[in-house]
Design a protein around this ligand. Structure first.
Ligand code: GDP
Ligand code: GDP
Length: 494
């Protein structure tokens, strides 16, 4: 059935009036000498570039960041050139590998530069491979730079364009960082997805702050049941996210382009699993940072919250051999944000032997307990044990993701809830006889996640925290909503 969703901000967005905190980051990638710095300088014009260091493998590398101006569009632009020039040796993969995840974690979009005249270079393919591995959810805009050098016109461009398509990131556009040619085409290529991103961030920010801060909102009709599942796959580097993700993107039908009406969600990839459309949303941004970066920057905290808000279900991938308490603590945030959580314990193949008392068995037993301890708010969070490398993860993970999503979307009628309420009230003695809090009725006010209001009579709140917890637990047990973060609020009617 259609529901109304609040929409505070609408297209077109006036980027010139936006707080820079709401702007996404676009990283310029490419092998050395393709013109990344030239494009960076053109985009930021005379504005200040912020140069900061990322301590990495004990070497300090510079990343330049600035605010790009491209037509009416504004975004943060990151120049990765400093990262590779400081690297001394090794293949580009090794060098770009040092441009570690914490740079990509701040990035939502990418522009992939190729030298138009030189054509496709083997290093371009390596850069492509690297980007796919480290930020599989980012589909870069491929540009053929130095296009003004192709004086002999369209023919050589179409040749260069054919070569660029080999990268598998779609049609390239021709630009010249030096002369400014092609900036309109670049603007056209970037604007829709950047606007989608900004709308999403602005609207979720308004939901956090409430309408007072955001001014008038409007209501839009959306068919709730048709909003597809938005999944974020998160976890530390090296736990096997890409392996899992690639299996999904290779084996399922990959769809192109977001559906109409859904573009405001920043969708990075989409595929069909058992007849259902799944949108993969911003995946790199969360736990994806280096081991030695102990404190994430405030920016990455802000972004990670937005990332959580965008997903319906979050699949947290852990390494069976190297799980840390901290990872689970971070998963708690997903639950606090009301997202569905599925925990995936990967690399189970490394724990040999399934017999009683083996490490394999111990992990199977201890992980759900650990999760329950760290996230006491929600009982029964599903845990899937997989081996992505053996291709075994894909189906059980997706089945669980869908089950969690369906529960997360549940709607219970008021009639059913009240039959249930009467049963629960008779089963439980509320603070002894005679002083039963008078819950008049319970109704579900919202789904995704299921949110309930218990109406009590009186001027002040009557339900203690323990009672709310009891109600929550009973509701979950009786309606099979285990493992998802449901909410019950009390409202008094004098
Ligand atoms: P980076 O290593 O990718 O950052 O590349 P640079 O921005 O340093 O550019 C490498 C070389 O290509 C420099 O000599 C630039 O002047 C030149 N260059 C960059 N963009 C263009 C362009 O659009 N046209 C031409 N002809 N040269 C360019
Ligand atoms: P990501 O950084 O989380 O995306 O992790 P990757 O998917 O890149 O995997 C990191 C490493 O772990 C790679 O060498 C994978 O081949 C390996 N790996 C991934 N899944 C498994 C698994 O189920 N078992 C084993 N033994 N290795 C795995």
């Amino acid at each position: 059935a259609p529901i109304k969703v609040k929409v505070f901000h609408k297209r077109p967005i006036d980027f010139t009036k936006l707080d820079i905190n709401f702007l996404p980051a676009v990283i310029l990638v490419g092998r050395p000498n393709v013109g990344k710095s030239a494009l960076f300088n053109r985009l930021i014009r005379r504005r200040e570039a912020l140069v900061y260091n990322t301590p990495d493998d004990h070497v300090t590398r510079d990343i330049r960041e600035g605010i790009a101006k491209l037509g009416d569009l504004r975004f943060k632009v990151l120049d990765s050139a400093g990262l590779e020039t400081e690297a001394t040796s090794g293949s580009i993969l090794q060098r770009t590998a040092t441009m570690t995840a914490n740079v990509l974690a701040r990035t939502q979009f990418a522009v992939f530069l190729i030298d138009a005249r030189a054509g496709l270079h083997p290093l371009d393919l390596e850069v492509g491979k690297w980007l796919r591995k480290n930020a599989p959810e980012i589909k870069p805009v491929v540009v053929l730079n130095k296009a003004e050098l192709l004086f002999d016109g369209t023919e050589s461009f179409s040749e260069a364009a054919d070569e660029a398509r080999i990268l598998g990131f779609g049609d390239p556009i021709a630009i010249s960082a030096e002369t400014g040619f092609g900036m309109t085409a670049l603007h056209e290529a970037l604007r829709p997805s950047i606007e989608d991103y900004v709308l999403q961030v602005l609207n979720s920010d308004c939901e956090d702050k409430g309408p007072q801060q955001c001014g008038e909102s409007s209501l839009e009709e959306v068919d709730d049941s048709k909003l597809p599942l938005q999944l974020a796959i998160v976890g530390r580097p090296n736990v096997g996210k890409s392996t899992l993700l690639n299996a999904l993107l290779q084996e399922e039908r990959v769809l192109v382009g977001p559906e109409a009406g859904l573009t405001r969600d920043s969708v990075r990839a989409q595929f069909e699993f058992q007849g259902r459309t799944i949108y993969l949303v911003d995946t790199a941004g969360w736990l994806h940072r280096t081991k030695d970066e102990k404190r994430p920057s405030s920016l990455s905290i802000m972004q990670s919250k937005k990332n959580l808000m965008r997903a319906h279900v979050i699949a947290l991938v852990l390494d069976a051999e190297q799980m840390t308490h901290a990872e689970v603590v971070i998963a708690r945030r997903a639950v606090e944000e009301g997202r569905g959580l599925v925990v995936v314990v990967n690399k189970m193949d490394l724990l040999k032997g399934k017999r009683a008392g083996s490490l394999y068995e111990k992990v199977m037993e201890s992980v759900p307990m650990e999760i329950q301890t760290v996230i006491p708010q929600v009982t029964g969070i599903p845990v899937i044990f997989t081996s992505a490398i053996e291709g075994k993860g894909r189906i059980p993970v997706m089945r669980q993701v869908i089950e969690t999503y369906e529960k997360w979307c549940s709607r219970l009628s008021t009639a059913r809830l009240n039959r249930w309420l009467r049963k629960v009230m008779s089963r439980h003695s509320w603070r002894g006889e005679g002083s039963q809090p008078k819950i008049k009725y319970v109704t579900q006010v919202k789904a995704r996640p299921p949110t309930f209001v218990a109406f009590t009579s009186g001027k002040k709140h009557q339900l203690s925290e323990a009672e709310i917890r009891f109600l929550t637990r009973s509701l979950k047990e009786d309606f099979g909503l285990d493992g998802i973060p449901i909410r019950i609020m009390e409202r008094c009617v004098p």
